[in-house]
Every structure is written in structure tokens, then in C-alpha cells.
Design a protein around this ligand. Structure first.
Ligand SMILES: O=C(O)C1=C[C@@H](OP(=O)(O)O)[C@@H](O)[C@H](O)C1
Ligand SMILES: C=C(OP(=O)(O)O)C(=O)O
Length: 448
């Protein structure tokens, strides 16, 4: 089934932005590793936070979903494997963190994931775990999921991780390190990307009372042994999810209000605000109401722009969708890490937007996709079938890119919004978007 995304003439006023996925996943994990009861307020409920909850339940956490918050009875150091298999499905974070923390489980544990996850790069994490003395073996392909973690703990000490493959390797070691007997020193070598995610990990650990030291340039991080403390976590709105609504708001004159938004956040993707401000959109916050208001007085977007996405990888696909409508030059660099995400995201966006007739060219650094340059225009013909490459963020970005086409595009992969933004369609309906499910032969099944 495909989703027929009809052209939209103007955007209505309000949307509710879901809570942050990275913050929710980290809070669930830190609460699980604490002995006693923690509370996670305003948590995100979506497939990948459910995956995190199921993984935490598989080591003994008791997690209860209340109205607007989670209650978590954590396990402390007593990781009790009750399933022997942890399925991370498509979540890179769940797979990586559980590959590390199950070093401290009471029995060997298999950690696996779906087909896309099994193709993702994991070797630097396994190398680091090996350097720390953990016993992890691959089951199929070397350096990839699935693995067995044989348990037995690790001592701590020093490990080296490249900084430009995935920050989740660093996050994974940091979450496991407090359980070790000695301090764990992580040396991060080369260019360090996605630092905002390392900062979010430090924040979650510190809320749980874990001591972390970090050099100014993030090249050395030391995590001390300690007991995770039960705590209260308050989750803010997800800036990557907000980027689809903000992107749409940038394409239509008028006022848009986003609810569940706060400026007080370590999310690197907050940079979406800077991007649209540079495009001429006015922004204001009401922290009391947790509302972000955008005023767009522009008929068309134009100018010369360059953005370095090294610290905000997850909005790279959204930026391509917005850039398609910017007359002039719209360049994004620093996105190399996204080739290792759920799909090679720059390649995917370039390929799909080129099908749409967008003048977009990939930019390469050291032989890999690093960004793109777009010479956009105000409207495209549309009427095309576009692929999401099996990736929720590509789907949502192509949805935005389709809104200002003259005729409807048909998008594959819409079911994947459940990964991070389950109410995507409800919120875009509130914003006035019209879409229908179709079997690709023009037969409309039902209103989505
Ligand atoms: O730790 C996290 O929650 C994440 C870290 C980032 O991974 P990379 O460092 O691989 O970009 C980010 O892109 C991903 O969506 C979520
Ligand atoms: C890349 C993402 O998550 P992960 O790396 O945890 O699979 C994502 O949310 O798009």
C-alpha cells in the first residue's frame, strides 16, 4: 500500500509534537539500572520506546504506563535475564546499549534485531567492549548483529572508539560503565560527530547520580563506578519530529503553533530553529505553555545558505525536503554519519528528490556522502511514486516535500511513522493535509 499525498494550499494552525525519543529511551534505561522506583514524565510512546521498555523488562525491570508518565521499578546491579533473547527490532540504540550492559547479566544473552539493523555497523562497539574485557561473540556476520554477550562483567579501564561512525557506541559503553569495578575511560579518536547525543547521555547519567568527566573537546570521557539512583525524568518535545511540522510551516505563509515544545533541551536538532530563522521565519517561545510559534511572512524562500549538520544528523532528510523549495543555493554538509542510519539517508533523499525533478546534487567527503547542494524552486509537478527506503525519517521528509507539488505523489513506507511519531497523520490532518491509502493502481481504499 502507498499513501497518496495531495497538494496542500495552506497550512492550518496547530500541531502537537511528540516527546523526545532519545530522551525517553535514555530515561527508561537509567531508571532500569537504578534500584527502586523512578518516574519518567511526558514520555514518548512509540515503537522504539516500546522496544526499549521490552528490552528493560527482559532484564527484570517492572515498567507501568500511567496517564502521562511511566513508573519504573529498576533492577540496580541485579540484571536478571528472563528471556535470554533481546530483540532490538530496528532500534540502533537498543541494540548497542544492550550489547554493552548485558555484560553484567546473570546469564549469557542474545541480542538481535531486524534485517536493517543486522546490516548496520557495530564493529567499533564490539572492539571497545573487547578492550574492556567483555565477552561478546557475533553469531552470523563478524562486526554485526546478532551477538551473544556471555556475561561475566568487565573491569573498566580504557577503550578507544572512532568518533565519526556512531555516537551510540559511546553512549552504550557509558551506560554500562558504572557497573564496572574500575573507572572506564573512553578515548574518542578522529572527528567527533553527533556530540549532542553524548551530551544527552551525560545528562541522563548525571540525573541518576553517576559521575562522568569529559574533556572540553569530548575526546576523553571517564565514567566512574557507581550505583544508579532512582530519579524523576521530565521529557521535552522531540526536535527531529518537530522538524517535519516546522519544515511544512516554512513552506506556507501564516502562523503555526507547535505544542509540547521547550527551548530547554540538549537536542542538537534544535538547530532546525536556526535554519528556518535564517530562511526568514519568525520564532517565539512560550515556556509556560510549552508552545513554539512560527510566523512565516514569506511567499517564497530564497537566498544562499549552508548548514553544517555534524551535530544534528537526524534533520538532514528534513533539510533536503525544505531545501527543495529554496530558490538560490541550499547546501548541507557534515551529514556523513547518516549513511550508517536506518538507510543511507543522503543518498536516499537525493535519489527520491531527483525523481521529483529537484536540482539536488550529493556532496562527498573522503569518498562518502556528506551532504547535498540544492537549487530549489517554488513548485514541482508531482504525480510520482517515491520510496521511503524502509526508513521512517525518509518517509516523513518526502511527505513534506510532496505537499507543494501540483499533483499528488504516492509514498511507500507510511506505516513506519510508528517508529518515532505515531500521531504523524493525526497531526498533519489537524494542519489541513489530505492523504489517502492507495494500492498504487489509483484505487483509493480509505481516508487515512
Ligand atoms: O543515541 C541516540 O539516541 C541517537 C544517536 C544518533 O546516532 P548517530 O551518532 O549514529 O548519528 C542519532 O542519529 C540517533 O537517531 C539517535
Ligand atoms: C537513527 C535513528 O535511530 P537508531 O539509530 O536508534 O536506530 C532514528 O531515530 O532515526
Amino acid at each position: 500500500m502507498l499513501l497518496n499525498v495531495n497538494p496542500l494550499n495552506n497550512l492550518l494552525e496547530k500541531a502537537y509534537i511528540p516527546s523526545s525519543k532519545p530522551e525517553t529511551q535514555r530515561a527508561i534505561l537509567a531508571a532500569t539500572l537504578a534500584q527502586g522506583k523512578s518516574v519518567v514524565r511526558n514520555d514518548l510512546r512509540c515503537l522504539e520506546t516500546t522496544t526499549m521498555k521490552e528490552a528493560c523488562r527482559a532484564i527484570g525491570a517492572v515498567i507501568t504506563e500511567q496517564d502521562g508518565y511511566l513508573e519504573i521499578e529498576g533492577v540496580g546491579r541485579n540484571l536478571r535475564s528472563n528471556k535470554r533473547v533481546i530483540d532490538a527490532l530496528g532500534s540502533g540504540l537498543v541494540f548497542r546499549v544492550f550489547s554493552a550492559i548485558t555484560s553484567f547479566s546473570n546469564t549469557p544473552e542474545i541480542i538481535t534485531g531486524d534485517k536493517i539493523l543486522r546490516g548496520r555497523v557495530m564493529a567499533p562497539l564490539f572492539d571497545a567492549l573487547d578492550q574492556l574485557g567483555a565477552k561478546v561473540s557475533h553469531i552470523a556476520e563478524q562486526g554485526q548483529a546478532p551477538v551473544v554477550n556471555w556475561g561475566g562483567g568487565f573491569e573498566g579501564g580504557r577503550c578507544v572508539i572512532p568518533g565519526n561512525v556512531s555516537s551510540q557506541f559511546i553512549t552504550a559503553i557509558m551506560f554500562a560503565a558504572p557497573l564496572a569495578a574500575k573507572p572506564t575511560e573512553i578515548e574518542i579518536v578522529g572527528e567527533i560527530l553527533s556530540i549532542s547525543y553524548i551530551k544527552q547521555t551525560i545528562q541522563a547519567l548525571e540525573i541518576a547520580g553517576i559521575q562522568v568527566e569529559c574533556s572540553d573537546n569530548f575526546s576523553v570521557i571517564t565514567v566512574y563506578p557507581g550505583e544508579y539512583q532512582p530519579a524523576e525524568y521530565a521529557i521535552s518535545g522531540d526536535y527531529t519530529s518537530s522538524s517535519y511540522v516546522i519544515g511544512a510551516a516554512a513552506l506556507y505563509p501564516g502562523k503555526t503553533i507547535l505544542q509540547n515544545m521547550s527551548l530547554v533541551s540538549l537536542q542538537g536538532e534544535k538547530a532546525i530553529l536556526d535554519v528556518v530563522e535564517k530562511l526568514g521565519i519568525e520564532i517565539s517561545f512560550d515556556e509556560q505553555l510549552q508552545e513554539l510559534t512560527l510566523i512565516n511572512n514569506q511567499g517564497t524562500l530564497s537566498g544562499e545558505f549552508e548548514f553544517d549538520a555534524s551535530d544534528y544528523p537526524n534533520i538532514v532528510p528534513t533539510l533536503a525536503a525544505i531545501g527543495a523549495y529554496v530558490e538560490g543555493t541550499f547546501r548541507v554538509i557534515g551529514g556523513s554519519i547518516t549513511r550508517l542510519h536506518k538507510s543511507p539517508r543522503i543518498k536516499a533523499m537525493v535519489s527520491e528528490l531527483q525523481k521529483m525533478g529537484v536540482d539536488i546534487q550529493p556532496l562527498f567527503k573522503d569518498g562518502v556522502y556528506d551532504g547535498f547542494e540544492i537549487h530549489g524552486k517554488a513548485q514541482y509537478e508531482g504525480g510520482l511514486e517515491l520510496s521511503s527506503w524502509g526508513d521512517h525519517r525518509i518517509f516523513m521528509s518526502l511527505f513534506i516535500a510532496s505537499l507543494r507539488c501540483k499533483t499528488a505523489n504516492q509514498l511507500e513506507g507510511y506505516a513506519d511513522v510508528i517508529c518515532s511519531f505515531p500521531d504523524f497523520f493525526t497531526e498533519f490532518e489537524r494542519l489541513g493535509a489530505k492523504f489517502t491509502e492507495t494500492n498504487g493502481q489509483g484505487e483509493v481504499k480509505k481516508e487515512a
